[in-house]
Design a binder for this molecule. Structure first.
Ligand code: ASP
Ligand code: MG
Length: 407
């Protein structure tokens, strides 16, 4: 007998019809001899609807009350799914995060799970019930309802799977699995059977938005066997694996990610002495702006150019900060570009192959695409290009790295 945790996202439980379909699937798996724990999101659009109502009262949402409000979305779904299961003759019981006791810290709206008491769930599983748990929510030490951040039900599911030592955690969504590139851009993109945990981390943070990034980190920490599947159609989905892939014929690159949500800023002619990078980036960090790529040139005339990227939505604020810093430091000036895109090739195969970055650069050159910045890690090469070339770059790289679907 296996213990399986399944998570169904908003579109998968978006209507009564869908909820009945999920109940059917779950009851079948239970009948096949599995113990089933089901984590659900709010019905699609519900979390946004609740937030919109709250914003009509006051755009500055009081954090504690916002959590009390948005957590209701998942509470509706657990009850409806249990009713659908009971209707099919399947014993089932619903639990809110607080009822399970999914303990979190007190950071409302982005709480972190600290401990899960799995005893109550286990008791009901042993009594033959399907257990349905509200995703996205927990409770702090004082009994306040907390939520885990948008998309947090993925993390709830992975955390429960870890706590219950589940045999598999299945994340059901509206896509077939993890693709080698965004299929809306690359028609030849295909579902990966397997992706390593490290690759998945890079791919999800780089814009292949299938799983909440925190759920992937959590899965890696506890080595939770994780699979992404389509709730609308049968198929094997994508398995997130840990040992790396030992298959012989593995492509060097697992996938191509792209992200057009960034902007780049350069401060030129910065005096070259200790503490300058800290002065610049410290002031950016003070405003809670995330910095992604950073490049500093070697000094030529005792000054250097310092370039970094920030989320595009923070571009104006970051430019204003940098202009102040520039005059304080006696730098030459500030330039910026908010029409860039980051394109990355990701793959653990890079560790054992040479010439990977060069093939990327050659491919872009052939298409006449200029590279504005480059950064690399052990399993990733990222370039910044003009965002109008994003689709061309992703398609050309997908082909060059032999990822186009073989028919
Ligand atoms: N309902 C929450 C959201 O829309 C959590 C989730 O769906 O994972 O972000
Ligand atoms: Mg989601």
């Amino acid at each position: 007998m296996s213990l399986i945790v399944e998570k169904y996202g908003g579109t998968s439980v978006g209507s009564i019809e869908r909820i009945n379909a999920v109940a059917e699937k779950v009851a079948k798996s239970h009948a096949a001899g599995n113990q089933m724990v089901i984590v659900v999101s709010a019905m699609s659009g519900e979390t946004n609807r609740l937030l919109e109502m709250a914003k009509e009262i006051n755009a500055d949402l009081p954090a504690r009350e916002a959590d009390v409000l948005v957590s209701t979305g998942e509470q509706v779904t657990i009850a409806l799914l249990c009713m659908a299961l009971i209707n099919k003759g399947q014993q089932a019981r619903s639990f809110t995060g607080g009822q399970v006791r999914i303990e979190t810290d007190t950071s409302h709206g982005r709480a972190r799970i600290q401990n899960i008491d799995s005893s109550r769930i286990k008791k009901h599983l042993d009594e033959g019930r399907v257990v349905v748990v509200a995703g996205f929510q927990g409770v702090d030490n004082d009994g306040n309802i907390t939520t885990l951040g948008r998309g947090g039900s993925d993390t709830s599911a992975v955390a429960l799977a870890a706590a219950l030592k589940a045999d598999e955690c299945r994340i059901y969504t509206d896509v077939d699995g993890v693709y080698t590139a965004d299929p809306r851009i690359v028609p030849e993109a295909h579902r990966m059977d397997e992706v390593t945990f490290e690759e998945m981390l890079e791919l999800s943070s780089l814009g292949t938005k299938v799983l909440q990034i925190r759920s992937v980190e959590f899965a890696g920490k506890y080595k939770v066997p994780l699979r992404v599947l389509n709730s609308f159609k049968d198929g094997p989905g994508t398995l997130i694996s840990y040992e790396g892939n030992k298959k012989m014929e593995r492509a060097v690159i697992a996938g191509i990610a792209h992200n057009s949500d960034e902007a780049k800023l350069t401060i030129t002619g910065v005096p070259d002495h200790p503490g300058v990078a800290h002065t610049i980036l410290g002031r950016i960090a003070e405003k809670d702006i995330n910095v992604d790529m950073i490049i500093q040139n070697i000094a030529a005339d005792e000054t250097t150019d310092f370039t970094f990227t920030v989320p595009r939505s923070d571009f104006d604020v970051a430019t204003a900060i940098l202009e102040k810093v520039s005059s304080e430091l006696g730098a030459r000036g500030v330039t910026g570009d908010n029409s860039i895109a980051k394109v990355s090739i990701v793959g653990v195969g890079m560790r054992s192959h040479t010439g990977v970055a060069d093939l990327m650069f050659a491919t872009l050159a052939e298409e006449g695409i200029n590279i504005k910045m480059i950064s690399t890690s052990e399993i990733k090469v990222s370039v910044i290009i003009d965002d109008k070339y994003t689709e061309l770059a992703v398609r050309a790289l997908h082909k060059a790295f032999d990822l186009d679907q073989k028919i």
